[in-house]
Design a protein around this ligand. Structure first.
Ligand SMILES: Cc1ncc(COP(=O)(O)O)c(C=O)c1O
Length: 452
């Protein structure tokens, strides 16, 4: 895969976590970062690293969770319909989010695939989706033999720019799929208003946004259907796993049916095999792992938010660094903590070299998503027999050419730097050291640019 990233996101998360095994705080008596000596030499130039490199390990396991998991393993009742744990998880997660219904799935990707099916996205349809996202968002749409159509990204928020949605619509547009990337809520009022005026369903990709809030409502409960991931790197992980949430009983009965081989659910029923379906079910083991982590998710979310607030309030004091803007009255949960980096204000020090200098300070960070639509997968999809049957050559060419218009997204891909969520589980002195390291590199950027 073509990539300009030093590390893929998941490898990056693992690396940050593994580098933290020897957790060691430097204590609270340190000089606050804003008064720290800017003249101390960056570690990449031979100075002493700002941070010891000990970051909270991820994923986390607690021995106290083991009896419940063992009970399930020993029971031999592992399949969704043989016991009650999956349903208990669904009820608990729905309660946590303040939503009527939740359906557990095998993964976030399968949650999206089921939701898109129920939203009536069919072969030859088009789905509006945020371009700045993990590739699974594109893949879920492609798996329906539908075209992911990209509005631009707002560089201030890193989420989809609602103002660029309508210009991308065609008579084939069937759904809108905003992505709350890094757990930062999209501007949902505008997105829902556009969807309503075109009578389109909204499927929220909330795979990184457990407990994120927009105007008093949790992400994943604001559109018609919301999708979550519990993959290993996530804030509430079970190796693999996912969920769909909704306020609509009707949509959820249909999701349940489709994810369970087309079996009847609630009011969605008929004679024999009356509807299509597949197997996208969660197992009992995943469910007991997840339910036991609710409390930890709540507590750690508050810690990440407090630390992110502190970083966001202070990052802007460093020339060339800009914190991300959130929608009014919203709370992000920070699956990654991103900021924008302006190399010009760092004497031309490239983002990759900046990340290398930060790593030397004991603070891993890096770019995240690149312009993935320029990679082979989109050409492979639109060059396939199926897609060529479903769209005219003119439409596919115009579609491919339209990627060049995504100027905001290109800028975001090229200038965003992010740290992993486990780093936000540190204490205030860790946050001070992150700020101190950036400031130190800024102060010495001319020498670092020459040396790195
Ligand atoms: C934004 C986004 N969408 C979808 C997915 C897919 O979730 P999963 O890996 O559980 O299939 C992920 C997972 O990383 C994601 O981050």
């Amino acid at each position: 895969m073509k990539t300009n990233l030093p590390l893929t996101r998941r490898v990056f998360i693992r690396t940050a976590a593994v580098s933290s095994l020897a957790l060691g705080w430097l204590g609270s008596g340190r000089t606050p970062w804003c008064f720290a000596s800017e003249s101390s030499k960056p570690a990449i130039l031979g100075g002493t690293p700002v941070h010891s490199g000990g970051w909270t390990k991820w994923p986390q396991w607690r021995e106290e969770w083991e009896p419940e998991v063992l009970k399930v393993l020993r029971s031999g009742r592992w399949f969704r319909n043989s016991d009650k744990h999956v349903e208990e998880f669904e009820q608990g997660y729905a309660q946590l989010l303040g939503v009527k219904r939740c359906l557990a799935t095998a993964s976030g990707t399968t949650a999206l695939m089921v939701s898109l099916h129920v939203a009536d996205v069919d072969a030859g349809d088009e789905v509006i989706v945020s371009p700045y996202t993990f590739i699974a968002s594109y893949n879920a749409i492609l798996s329906r033999m539908a075209l992911p159509v990209f509005p631009d990204t707002d560089p201030a928020t890193l989420t989809v720019d609602p103002a660029s949605i309508e210009s991308r619509m065609t008579e084939r547009t069937r759904a809108i799929m905003p992505v709350h990337i890094f757990g930062m809520p999209c501007e949902m009022d505008s997105i829902n208003a556009i969807a309503r005026s075109h009578r389109l369903p909204v499927v929220e990709d909330a795979c990184q946004a457990w407990l994120a809030e927009y105007k008093g409502r949790k992400c994943g409960t604001i559109g018609d259907l919301g999708c979550f991931s519990f993959q290993e790197s996530k804030h509430i992980p079970s190796g693999e796993g996912g969920a769909i949430t909704s306020m609509s009983e009707d949509l959820m009965d249909k999701c349940n049916s489709y994810h369970n081989c087309g079996r009847a659910c609630g009011t969605y029923k008929g004679e024999g095999f009356f509807t299509r379906g597949s197997n996208y079910r969660m197992t009992q083991v995943q469910a007991v792992m997840l339910t036991q982590q609710f409390d930890k998710l709540l507590k750690q979310t508050a810690v990440r938010q407090a630390n992110a607030d502190y970083l966001s309030a202070n990052l802007g004091k460093i020339p060339g660094i800009t914190a991300v803007r959130l929608p009014e009255n919203s709370r992000a949960v920070w699956h990654l903590y991103p900021y924008r980096y302006d190399a010009a204000q760092f004497n031309g020090l490239s983002r990759d070299k900046f990340a290398k200098a930060m790593a030397a300070e004991g603070i891993p960070c890096g770019g995240v998503y690149h312009e993935q639509y320029n990679d082979g997968l989109m050409d492979e999809a639109i060059g396939s027999r199926g897609f060529k049957r479903l769209w005219s050559a003119e439409r596919l060419k115009a579609y491919r050419d339209s990627f060049r218009e995504l100027k905001g997204n290109k800028q975001v891909c090229e200038t965003t730097v992010a740290m992993t969520q486990n780093m936000l589980l540190g204490d205030r002195s860790d946050m001070d050291q992150i700020l101190e390291a950036i400031q130190r590199i800024h102060a010495h950027s001319a020498e670092v640019a020459k040396a790195a």
